[in-house]
Design a protein around this ligand. Structure first.
Ligand code: MN
Ligand code: MN
Length: 456
């Protein structure tokens, strides 16, 4: 009989202690890396502290070298050079650091009814109604008219003000409550309250004028500068332990920074492996991996080509193709754990459960496996064997019942390059909500799984 149960049952006190310690670092990473740019910046600092240096500044590479390359501040590609030639294949783990959120529009500022407001365009697949009446912080960059780059981070400091999208009071929501959940809050209703004090002498739009004066004094930006800005509103709360026993983490952005952090920790602790170990923290996964910072861009191939050229002194397309053809990849992304309140969306025999370890997902997709890279049995065997040999608590799991919906990951894009790929990540509850939930045991087991994958 093949039976799975909670990993906590078999974890001894030493392991439990390790799990809890590991997750302190994880929560800290979540708090510092609330956007893709911030998550990449923190990753860069962690890598440098572990002896990684900029790949583009290196003349040549030898086994044991640790390098990184950053793409437009939104992706980081890290490698630890192995003893074997790259053409014999590399071990890849790819996670994403973008999460669902509210992006400011390019003309966001207006005043109405005594309030200064910012208009947003949401990013990623969200239930819009979940994003009202929660405290928000703002992070991002503004390029000013004279070419200065202004970094803005406000709302997460203890003494910072926060922002929020308001919702209608139940007393007056008779019409609203008749609507479908997708229409309760429309996209154009996701407007953020950011001020209320009027400018003294202004005749109209006094709150807008006061806001712009304040922004000019504080940050040196004017209204036009929003045209060349990327500002993201994200939940303002920090990562917290969840439960009397503190066994879970409740936080924003765990999809997919839980896999990003665990993969990052795994590569930072990898020394001179047989096969070159590579970790990519990518962007734009939540909107289809498009654009020059998404996994469908040529950046990944560029970074691989640089590795080849700098470690062999030569480069041609066939070398790159051989490298991909012999490589193996864990597409490190979260999956949907069984929620006791909503069990009907899962096939209980094939669903991942919270606390049973990292999830291996052979295929994703929807409507008959559409839009998935279905991992090959031979490769799933190798990963399964590797996890079993290294005491990784893991489970197999698929994303919900066959006809219930579905989703995809970056696995298909990597598979298209002729790489063996399988999805492997942490099960979450409330995925894509402002507050997502994960088990500390599963988080730690993702880290252990990724480390085992790099080193075996
Ligand atoms: Mn994801
Ligand atoms: Mn997602």
């Amino acid at each position: 009989m093949f039976q799975k149960e909670s990993g906590w049952k078999t974890a001894d006190s030493a392991l439990k202690n390790e799990i809890f310690c590991f997750c302190e670092g994880y929560k800290n990473y979540l708090d510092k890396g609330k956007t893709e740019r911030l998550a990449v910046s923190v990753a860069k600092h962690m890598a440098e502290a572990h002896g990684f240096c900029d790949l583009e500044s290196k003349e040549n590479l030898k086994p044991g070298d640790k390098v990184y390359i950053i793409n437009r501040e939104k992706n980081i590609f890290l490698a630890v050079l192995g003893k074997e030639d790259l053409e014999k294949g590399v071990s890849l783990i790819i996670a994403h650091v973008d999460s669902p959120r509210m992006d400011l529009k390019q003309n966001p500022v207006y005043a109405d009814s005594g309030l200064a407001m910012l208009k947003t365009h949401y990013y990623g697949g969200i239930k819009k109604y979940q994003w009202t009446a929660v405290p928000l912080s703002l992070h991002g960059v503004v390029m000013t008219k004279d070419g200065k780059k202004i970094q803005i981070d406000i709302g997460d400091g203890l003494d910072d003000p926060v922002f929020c999208i308001t919702d209608l009071l139940p007393h007056l929501a008779t019409d609203q409550m008749q609507k479908k959940a997708t229409e309760i809050i429309s996209g154009e209703a996701l407007n953020i309250v950011v001020g209320s004090l009027p400018a003294e002498d202004a005749e109209k739009d006094a709150e807008k004028e006061a806001l712009l004066t304040l922004l000019s004094a504080e940050y040196g930006i004017c209204e036009e500068d929003f045209l060349s800005a990327e500002l993201e509103a994200v939940p303002a709360f920090s990562a917290r332990d969840l439960g009397f026993d503190r066994g879970l983490v409740a936080a924003y952005g765990q999809d997919d920074r839980v896999c990003a952090y665990t993969a990052l920790k795994a590569i930072l602790e990898t020394e001179a492996p047989e096969k070159t170990a590579i970790c990519v923290l990518t962007d734009k996964e939540e909107i289809g991996s498009m654009g020059n910072t998404g996994m469908r861009s040529a950046f990944f191939e560029y970074a691989m080509a640089l590795l080849l050229e700098k470690s062999t002194g030569t480069y041609n397309e066939l070398m790159l193709k051989k490298t991909f053809r012999h490589s193996q990849c864990l597409s490190a992304d979260v999956s949907a754990g069984v929620d006791p309140t909503w069990p009907e969306v899962h096939d209980k025999l094939n669903a991942p459960y919270i606390g049973r370890g990292v999830v291996l997902t052979k295929f994703t997709g929807s409507r008959g496996k559409s839009g998935t890279s279905d991992a090959n049995a031979e490769f799933v065997f190798r990963v399964r064997h590797c996890f079993d040999e290294n005491q990784v608590f893991w489970q197999s799991g698929e994303l919900g019942k066959v006809d219930m919906g579905g989703g995809g990951t970056i696995a298909q894009y990597v598979a298209n390059l002729d790489v063996e790929v399988v999805d492997c990540g942490v099960p979450l509850l409330s995925m894509h909500a402002p507050l997502e939930v994960a088990s500390k045991l599963d988080i730690y087991m993702a880290y252990k799984a990724y480390k085992a994958f790099y080193n075996n």
